[in-house]
Design a protein around this ligand. Structure first.
Ligand code: ZN
Length: 339
């Protein structure tokens, strides 16, 4: 009961990449970089196990960014000439590559790190991929001329990679779709369809992570405009509840999302955010257990999976580590209390 995990990413050690950045530059190249990525992956697998997490991830130590890490393996994209584009409905500007030709996978994208992680932990392994809607919101189109068509093309490539990850021994494949909180109408008209296309035929667990983003300034400013009660999920959850995706990961602690909205996810496993990634204050285990207790009013206990609100990538390593420990310890208290 209450199998706990994080949304996916963890900070990179200072010897692997720049710290406290969303798009950090690598500190090495070639075989030296490959070795550093493996070392960092081992370090975080061990840290997650020590903290008592039940489902672990590679911490996304092998990719620079959760979207572009996948795109580097896609042919038809020009990474040489990046352009500035407002993303997440112009919430902030990002330097993005451009789609210039039909999209195909050059090779498997994440086989190396997935197999490496699989070989070094006996825990259940979760692996994250960007969702199709979030990808098309983080890249410029100079070829398809049609957002939906391009999203479906990406969904096919994601599906190819996801099937490979399943064969590599991954237990849960999670698609990250922060764009699902931004384009609510499009989620209904094609976002879910693209997501289901990306996860078609998978026998392992499938998850979607939606959230209000990391604790970076642009996100914090945006959240201030959303009012005291965030009800975006009210539109998205009923559609997700009808989809074939098994699990939904969402933010809860310190969030302005009314917890009752989790009740709209009937029939789904709910990965409830009990760790805030937008503050450096570390939750106490009691607080974590309390948030789990609150969520239990709306989510049956066999469907509740304690999790972090979002990725921990931009945090300081020591704080991320302390938050992992709080997650594990708080979940242990909740098991005793509600088991
Ligand atoms: Zn997130």
């Amino acid at each position: 009961m209450f199998e706990c995990s994080i949304a996916g990413s963890l900070p990179k050690p200072f010897w692997l990449a720049e710290t406290d950045k969303l798009w950090p530059a690598w500190k090495a190249a070639g075989e030296e970089l490959a070795a550093a990525k493996r070392d960092a992956t081992l370090l975080w697998l061990k840290a997650q196990e020590d903290a008592g997490l039940d489902i672990v991830t590679d911490g996304e130590q092998s990719r620079q960014h959760f979207v572009h890490g996948f795109l580097e393996f896609v042919a038809g994209i020009d990474f040489e000439h990046k352009v500035t584009m407002g993303i997440r409905n112009n919430r902030y500007d990002a330097q993005v590559p451009q789609v210039i030709a039909p999209l195909t996978l050059k090779s498997r994208a994440h086989q190396t790190e997935a197999r490496f992680a699989r070989a070094h932990t006996k825990k259940k392994l979760k692996f994250t991929l960007p969702g199709p809607m979030t990808i098309v919101d983080t890249i410029a189109d100079r070829h398809y001329g049609d957002k939906v068509k391009m999203a479906m093309a990406f969904a096919d490539l994601l599906n190819q990679e996801a099937r490979g990850l399943e064969a590599d021994g991954v237990d849960v494949i999670q698609f990250d779709e922060p764009a699902f909180n931004v384009y609510m109408d499009e989620v209904r008209s094609w976002g879910i369809e693209a997501l289901e296309r990306a996860s078609a035929g998978l026998k392992c667990k499938t998850a979607v992570h939606i959230c209000y983003g990391y604790g970076i300034k642009a996100n914090l400013d945006w959240k201030r405009t959303l009012g005291s009660e965030w009800t975006q999920y009210e539109q998205t959850f009923p559609v997700l509840a009808r989809s074939r995706i098994d699990q939904v990961s969402l933010e809860c602690i310190h969030s302005h999302v009314p917890p009752r909205l989790m009740g709209l996810l009937q029939g789904k496993d709910v990965l409830v955010g009990v760790i805030d990634v937008a503050t450096e204050i570390v939750e106490t285990p009691e607080e974590v257990a309390g948030t789990i207790g609150e969520a239990l009013k709306y989510v049956p206990k066999e469907r509740l999976y304690p999790c972090s609100n979002c990725g921990l990538a931009p945090m300081q390593r020591e704080i991320a580590l302390a938050k992992l420990e709080a997650l594990g310890a708080g979940t242990a208290i909740a098991r005793k209390r509600y088991g």
